[in-house]
Design a protein around this ligand. Structure first.
Ligand code: DC
Length: 221
């Protein structure tokens, strides 16, 4: 029997990355940050200066792209584009918005669907994203949907960005727009799977969220 897959979906700033990483550590599973894959494609498109509304140009870019995920000894996922580790360049506001726009394109989603399923082939993974429980792994053993109020999510992201120069209002507006994009796209929009468990992290500590999920995982096993 292959080890289970746990999916953690939800909007930006709901705490997915922190929780998924910690959960994976706790269970001895592999942590897969699928947002970083979309960001990797956006990074390359930005570098190449292509118009993301030009489907042929995007298709060509994807054909030439070498996108890989590798893991460090401490379980962190790194993204390699054409052999170069670009992970530290992926979490800027510009790449966030571009990744959200590009993630609405069918060619981009198709390209990543296969890669994500290959990464999960052996099980024993925590997958973080937007459509993990709905589209990529509909049979996942445990599905979580993390949510929080817009205000809480904006404040978390603002703290994370540190002295990036972005004001709180700008971060809030970026998150709001990105969620709207992610929820309203036709293909694999951000939404909770029917059989997912929703956890509102607005007033919970990381430890509280983790313990709730760990209990669910134990119950299902
Ligand atoms: O999780 P993140 O903020 O790093 O993701 C960046 C963008 O990528 C997000 O706005 C939407 C897109 N994305 C997606 O469409 N599907 C996923 N499974 C993960 C991310």
């Amino acid at each position: 029997m292959t080890a289970p897959i746990i999916t953690i979906d939800g909007p930006a700033g709901a705490g997915k990355t922190t929780i998924s990483r910690r959960l994976a550590q706790l269970l001895g599973y592999r942590y897969v940050d699928t947002g970083a894959l979309y960001r990797g494609i956006a990074w390359k498109a930005d570098r190449a200066g292509i118009d993301v509304d030009d489907e042929r140009a995007v298709r060509r870019l994807l054909e030439e792209l070498q996108l890989e995920a590798v893991w460090t000894d401490d379980g962190a996922m790194r993204v390699l584009i054409d052999g170069r580790d670009v992970t530290d360049e992926l979490r800027t506001p510009r790449i966030s918005m571009l990744a959200s726009r590009m993630s609405a394109l069918p060619v981009v989603r198709q390209c990543l669907l296969g890669l994500q399923r290959r990464l999960g082939r052996e099980g024993g993974c925590v997958f973080e994203g937007r459509d993990m429980g709905t589209v990529v792994f509909p049979d996942a053993a445990v599905k979580i949907f993390l949510d929080a109020s817009l205000e809480k999510r904006a404040r978390r992201r603002y703290r994370e960005l540190g002295d990036s120069g972005q004001r709180l209002e700008e971060v809030r507006e970026d998150i709001r727009r990105r969620d709207e994009n992610d929820r309203s796209r036709q293909l694999a929009p951000l939404k909770m799977a029917d059989d997912a468990v929703r956890i509102d992290t607005s007033d919970l500590s990381i430890e509280e969220v983790l313990s709730e999920i760990a209990q669910l995982v134990a119950q299902r096993q």
